[in-house]
Design a protein around this ligand. Structure first.
Ligand code: NAD
Length: 329
């Protein structure tokens, strides 16, 4: 079974090569992102293994199917980037990794909260310059603060457990309340009320037609002035220009982003020699109370190993006629 991994980084090569020894899957690593221009590289590969910023729209899927691809094995949990109706029409099976390490993403969200609150990004630079002053670095105790969790599935509940450990009060919003959150003492509220009451809001819901721009100018106006927003979900859960307005007015006091709506052209590449062409991102990066990480929340050793093991198992089972972790439209 020949499989081509688009958007593969050297850490993918390590984890996949290790997990593949002893399986029948013959892996080929392709650093290029999957787009209509690069889809021809998959000619003759029955299996295409794609990551979050690969393009899997109808045209790309059509090109892959014409080249002999039959299985799209996503190395991610999210599948908002796949045209599932087109995949079905073309007879392509799509599988994913529904869970690898919810802890990896939840812990990164907490890392952003702690860094923003205690201004670690500023303190790090300051002490390296020999500046040992503390002005502008005042934080707040997390203990006793109200935290709103939007989406209380695997990652949201791992996040809630950590915040409960800090002594925070938990609010939650999810169409399907999770008993684990209720057991932690969380109160489920309509989104508008959660936004009004929470000092920190963390997004852990999938991106779909109901959640696109869930956080927009209207919802930002409901926040407590100076609230903190963390997004490790998907970039398009938030309307980024509206975030910039809210940061400028002080309505939003802190912003931690691991995802960005226009990240596909930027993230996972070293562009440090080039002028940044994205003016929205450039403006975001000027705020002292904003931290942007380049979609790295998943990036722990445990998560990489689990992604590789589940993806190879997904491929093996599909080849044996017993597919698992199917993505349904
Ligand atoms: P999950 O399926 O376990 O949980 C998602 C939860 O969101 C579910 O409880 C669901 O009921 C809820 N939900 C659905 N629609 C909602 C809505 N309109 N409003 C509020 N909640 C809603 O998924 P998960 O494993 O916890 O992952 C959550 C998301 O995190 C993924 O969809 C993906 O986009 C993102 N993610 C990001 C990274 C990263 O590296 N930054 C890594 C993995 C996953």
């Amino acid at each position: 079974m020949h499989a081509l991994l688009f958007s593969s980084q050297h850490y993918d090569q390590e984890s996949f090569s290790q997990a593949a020894s002893g399986t029948s899957v013959d892996l080929h690593f392709q650093p290029a992102r999957l787009t209509l221009d690069t889809a021809a590289l998959a000619e003759g590969y029955e299996v295409v293994c794609a990551f979050i910023n690969d393009e899997l729209d109808a045209q790309v899927l059509q090109r892959l199917a014409a080249g002999g691809t039959r299985l799209i094995a996503l190395r991610s949990a999210g599948y908002n980037h796949v045209d599932l109706a087109a995949a079905r029409r073309l007879g392509l099976t799509v599988v994913r990794v529904p869970a690898y390490s919810p802890h990896a993403v939840a812990e990164h969200a907490v890392a952003l909260i702690l860094a923003l609150n205690r201004r670690l990004h500023r303190a790090y630079n300051r002490t390296r310059e020999g500046d040992f002053t503390l002005h502008g670095l005042t934080g707040f105790d997390l203990h006793g603060k109200t935290v709103g969790v939007v989406g209380t599935g695997q990652i949201g509940s791992a996040f809630a457990r950590i915040m409960a450990g800090f002594g925070c009060q938990l609010l939650a919003y999810d169409p399907h309340p999770n008993p684990e959150l209720l057991a932690l003492g969380a109160r489920y509220l309509p989104l508008a009320e959660l936004l009004r009451e929470a000092r920190i809001i963390s997004l852990h819901c999938p991106l779909n037609e109901h959640t696109r721009h869930l956080i927009n100018a209207h919802s930002l106006a409901r926040l407590q002035p100076g609230a903190m927003l963390i997004n490790t979900g998907r970039g398009a859960l938030v309307d980024t220009p509206a975030l910039i307005d809210a940061l400028k007015s002080g309505q939003l006091g802190y912003l931690g982003l691991d995802v960005y709506e226009e990240e596909a052209q930027l993230f996972f590449e070293d562009r440090s020699d080039l002028p940044l062409q994205d003016d929205v991102l450039a403006r975001l990066l000027t705020f002292p109370n904003v931290i942007v990480t380049a979609h790295q929340a998943f990036l722990t050793r445990e998560a990489l190993d689990a992604i590789a093991a589940t993806t190879l198992d997904n491929i093996d089972r599909w080849a044996a006629g017993k597919p698992q972790n199917l993505v349904m439209g």
